[in-house]
Design a protein around this ligand. Structure first.
Ligand SMILES: NC(=O)C1=CN([C@@H]2O[C@H](COP(=O)(O)OP(=O)(O)OC[C@H]3O[C@@H](n4cnc5c(N)ncnc54)[C@H](O)[C@@H]3O)[C@@H](O)[C@H]2O)C=CC1
Ligand SMILES: O=C(O)[C@H]1O[C@H](OP(=O)(O)OP(=O)(O)OC[C@H]2O[C@@H](n3ccc(=O)[nH]c3=O)[C@H](O)[C@@H]2O)[C@H](O)[C@@H](O)[C@@H]1O
Length: 435
């Protein structure tokens, strides 16, 4: 069996390397020539721990190749995984599925008899059935569409792909189920729960999982606001409720909230799609989840402003952390960068440092100042904000930072620092939902 992976970004590049690791011959296809050139050299054009050695091994072995040609993919592979982007549509809450449509439409005329096209992108429910109709109209026989949503996390993409919590196969037939079971036979399939279902349920499993995770985060951030009102501690509260096995401690870290290329756009797309289906009110809570989430960014801006006595004009601000979470250089919808940009707009002189995400941040917000070390960013700062919980930042020494700043004001936007230790070092510390 030979496999193509169409769209070689965060998801597709990882999936292609993982499929090669499983022993398949793999062709990765993308429209971004520069990205493909890097991948073809065994070099990952973004930061993802553990991916580069895997990619390089299989590129060097000749098991994994890259191309811009969908015609080549059609001729080469029996199974095609579509991993293209589905961003928020400009001026709308809905998902832009035009890249998925272009990938399916471009591949369709080149498909071989019996090929299976497997969607992995996150799409509005109903997309797979629509694409299945397109494929059913092809001259070539026996082509099928399946949906196999992906649950990997950036920063843990390789482990999550090779050791997933579960596999979900949305399939139209026993034949397609058998093909997917063969793809994932070993070692991924060994012991991993497999849910076999219809196309629509598979699409919905993905968006409802992300919506649930987003809801957990906004729930704890709502509790943090209440904690702030009474001087209670949301981290203790999260530990205590998290010990209840029905609740669980995961995704209960209060702070700046969720960002990235997925949770924010996925809950908005889900709301928009539910509205189209006439069941918008069923997921009305997701609008509140989004609002609570976006409010965290403003709360952090307000905390920094308050620490500087109400005005940011001309004040020096160090923002430590730019990525939407640690272990990635992804700055899509990054809460940290949003806060940095808002402080800049209020007249502050903002300098951003991130262990890996400065280049991606600079591309998105070229007018902010950037530093190549925390020390450079913090030198002369009137307030320091820690907004992404990289290990390098959570282990900072209060005395070492204190030695370079002009004033010891700290905003811990991720509740990731030992506030007592910083206070003992003479710092004024503001956290989220912590006394
Ligand atoms: N990034 C993640 O952690 C995860 C992403 N997803 C979903 O996977 C999909 C992809 O996400 P990312 O990899 O983050 O996006 P990305 O933007 O990093 O990668 C998408 C790639 O598709 C390429 N592309 C676009 N149109 C194409 C076409 N017609 N033919 C060939 N290539 C094309 C782009 O050039 C880009 O390299 C989205 O639907 C996302 O919601 C799902 C699970 C995890
Ligand atoms: O569909 C996707 O693309 C992926 O989206 C998320 O993965 P990811 O975006 O990589 O990152 P997460 O680890 O989920 O974190 C998302 C955001 O929530 C924030 N977060 C997370 C946990 C928490 O307790 N509190 C919190 O604010 C993080 O800082 C980050 O900004 C899901 O966890 C994956 O299962 C899913 O496959």
């Amino acid at each position: 069996m030979r496999i193509s992976v169409i769209g070689c970004g965060y998801l597709g590049a990882t999936h292609a390397a993982a499929m090669a690791e499983l022993g398949f011959e793999v062709l990765g296809v993308d429209i971004d020539q520069a990205k493909l050139e890097a991948l073809a050299q065994g070099s990952v054009p973004f930061f993802e721990p553990g991916l580069e050695p895997l990619l390089k091994t299989h590129v060097d072995a000749g098991r994994l190749r890259f191309s811009t040609s969908l015609a080549e993919a059609g001729a080469f592979a029996d199974v095609h995984f579509v991993c293209v982007n589905t961003p928020q549509r400009a001026g709308s809450q809905a998902a832009d599925v035009s890249y998925v449509d272009a990938a399916f439409g471009g591949l369709a005329p080149h498909l071989r008899e019996g090929a299976v096209v497997v969607g992995k992108s996150t799409v509005p429910v109903g997309t797979a059935a629509r694409l299945a109709e397109l494929v059913a109209g092809l001259a070539v026989d026996g082509v099928d569409v399946a949906w196999n949503p992906e649950f990997l996390r950036e920063g843990k993409a390789v482990t999550d792909t090779l050791h997933p919590d579960r596999l979900v196969f949305g399939t139209p037939s026993a034949r397609v189920e058998a093909v997917l079971r063969e793809v994932y036979a070993t070692p991924i399939g060994a012991g991993t729960p497999v849910i076999v279902t219809d196309l629509a349920t598979a699409e919905l499993v993905k968006v409802s999982a992300n919506a649930f995770l987003a809801t957990k985060i906004s729930y704890i951030n709502a509790m943090a606001e209440v904690c702030d009102a009474v001087g209670a501690d949301v981290t203790v509260l999260a530990d205590a409720i998290g010990l209840d096995k029905r609740i669980g401690r995961g995704f209960l870290n209060a702070g700046l909230g969720f960002g990235g290329g997925c949770l924010p756009k996925d809950i908005r797309a889900f709301s928009a799609r539910a509205g189209e289906l006439g069941v918008g009110s069923a997921v009305a809570l997701l609008r509140e989840v989004d609002e609570i989430n976006m409010r965290q960014r403003q709360r952090v801006v307000d905390m920094a402003t308050a620490q500087l006595g109400g005005s940011l004009l001309g004040r020096r601000v160090a923002v430590l952390g730019a990525a939407f979470k640690p272990e990635t250089d992804d700055v899509r919808d990054s809460p940290a960068l949003n806060v940095a940009a808002a402080l800049h707009l209020k007249g502050a002189q903002v300098t951003v440092y991130d262990p890996v995400a400065v280049p991606t941040a600079r591309r998105m917000f070229p007018t902010l100042g950037y530093a190549s070390s925390w020390e450079q960013a913090a030198t002369g700062a009137d307030v320091v904000l820690v907004l992404t919980e990289w290990a390098e930042l959570t282990t900072l020494d209060p005395a070492a930072v204190g030695a370079v700043v002009s004033a010891r004001n700290l905003v811990d936007g991720r509740n990731c620092l030992d506030a007592a230790r910083w206070r003992a070092g003479g710092w004024t510390v503001a956290g989220i939902g912590r006394p």
